[in-house]
Design a binder for this molecule. Structure first.
Ligand SMILES: Cc1cc2nc3c(=O)[nH]c(=O)nc-3n(C[C@H](O)[C@H](O)[C@H](O)COP(=O)(O)OP(=O)(O)OC[C@H]3O[C@@H](n4cnc5c(N)ncnc54)[C@H](O)[C@@H]3O)c2cc1C
Length: 392
């Protein structure tokens, strides 16, 4: 494999770098690795940032031109992510739309759904949330109980979702519902696109360990959804959801990698600033993180290559998600160790390092082994579907 870039690719890198240098807003650069999606004002800024990047041609670069993308190669996509990390740009705010729903619609959506929804995902004019988990359906997602009953041209939805990130700021939700209660649990599920402004939807924020409320409970009380918003066939939503989850574990991990790189750069800076870079144990830990980050990146390139060549993310995407969560949590621990007791000083205090982002990062990292599939579940998937071991 040739890791050298061609002259044209280096020219592209130069252009991206110059553009990012001139355009990443200073206040977002400061929040590069722990940008919040709880605060409405910050979400507004992040939306504007994604839109600006889209205007410059840097969002959905790998999407086919027919869907509003540039049909760019894997290499340009990689260069973009590298340069976003280098410039301390935050990740795209509409990442659920970009990395999960977009690819799902390209594969399972009707031409009308693709034309209606893909542009708003790219520009972040329409933010999406993922309505999958329920109080009794997390790891065992197929156990979901939110029901949808067809009445004329609409489905009437009743039930509850939980842990729905960004539901409080989202315009739309991709929602899993049960449409046939009598069928075996994986068979009677459908995939709907729901306007979050529809009457009957109540969003209640849940406060997290970080102190913020970035995820929510969402209640559906006789919510009417047009039948045109059904993605895939009725009662066959499970296979649509599997596509979404595979992209979540694979592609989304790749996008999250921008934040991880940003955090690692900051950690190196922090280690030097705190006079800890001469400590052999700290040096070893930082070097170990660096190796992990590089391995994650190269694995990400492999998956991305497969996807851009027309393949689909497979169960091996679970490796990326699992390993990312481990490196992420290890990084938070090393930063906490380097900072010592002051690692607990939060945003708002003049004594907080990097404006309190480390305190936030350390707490947020607890969720890395839960969201997008817990580590135990991912290990089961790898054992059964990649290694071919007996079923759980
Ligand atoms: C920050 C954050 C954001 C999230 N955002 C969203 C979102 O936007 N949309 C959404 O739909 N969901 C979201 N989630 C929910 C997430 O997908 C679920 O929390 C996750 O799937 C686990 O489900 P659960 O919480 O019900 O835990 P459970 O499934 O009840 O699991 C509890 C524990 O039991 C273990 N366990 C369960 N089954 C097995 C088994 N068979 N073998 C071994 N161990 C097992 C699990 O690993 C876990 O440790 C988010 C979660 C977090 C933390």
């Amino acid at each position: 494999m040739d890791f050298d870039f061609t002259a044209a690719q280096e020219a592209f890198r130069k252009d991206v770098r110059a553009w990012l240098e001139a355009n990443v807003p200073d206040d977002l650069r400061g929040r590069a690795f722990a940008a919040s999606r709880a605060d409405r004002e910050e979400v507004r800024q992040l939306r504007a940032w994604q839109k600006r990047m889209y205007g410059a041609g840097y969002v959905g670069m790998d999407w086919p031109p027919a869907f509003g993308g540039r049909g760019a190669s894997i290499v340009e996509q990689i260069i973009l992510y590298q340069e976003m990390a280098q410039a301390e740009s935050p990740q795209f705010v509409n990442r659920g739309g970009l990395s999960m729903l977009g690819p799902t619609l390209m594969r399972h959506g009707t031409p009308a759904q693709q034309a209606r929804f893909l542009p708003g995902i790219l520009t972040a004019d329409e933010l999406w949330c993922q309505g999958f988990s329920e109080p009794n359906a997390g790891s065992d997602l197929a156990n979901l109980q939110t029901r949808a009953v067809r009445e004329g041209d609409t489905f009437v939805v009743n039930g509850q979702k939980v842990w729905t990130s960004m539901a409080h700021v989202a315009d739309w939700c991709f929602l899993l519902v049960r449409t046939d209660a009598a069928a075996p649990k994986h068979k009677g599920i459908s995939f709907l696109l729901v306007d979050m402004r529809t009457p009957g939807i109540t969003v209640r924020p849940l406060r997290q360990i970080t102190g913020e409320a970035e995820f929510n409970e969402v209640f559906f009380d006789n919510v009417r959804v047009p039948v045109d918003n059904l993605v895939g066939k009725l009662n066959e939503g499970w296979s649509v959801a599997i596509t979404t989850l595979a992209y979540e574990r694979d592609l989304l991990t790749f996008i999250r990698h921008i934040s991880l790189r940003n955090a690692l750069r900051r950690l190196v800076r922090l280690t030097k600033e705190r006079g800890r870079s001469g400590d052999p144990v700290v040096r070893q830990k930082v070097a170990h993180l660096w190796i992990g980050e590089q391995a994650l990146q190269l694995n990400g390139y492999r998956s991305l290559t497969k996807i851009l060549r027309g393949g689909q993310p497979g169960p091996e995407g679970s490796t990326a998600k699992l390993f990312w969560s481990q490196v992420d949590q290890e990084l938070a621990e090393v930063a906490t160790e380097v900072l010592g007791p002051s690692s607990q000083i939060a945003h708002g205090s003049p004594w907080a390092a990097d404006e309190g982002q480390w305190e936030f990062y350390a707490l947020l990292a607890r969720a890395s082994g839960i969201r997008a599939g817990t580590s135990e579940i991912l290990k089961n998937i790898l054992a059964e579907r990649v290694l071919g071991l007996p079923k759980d």
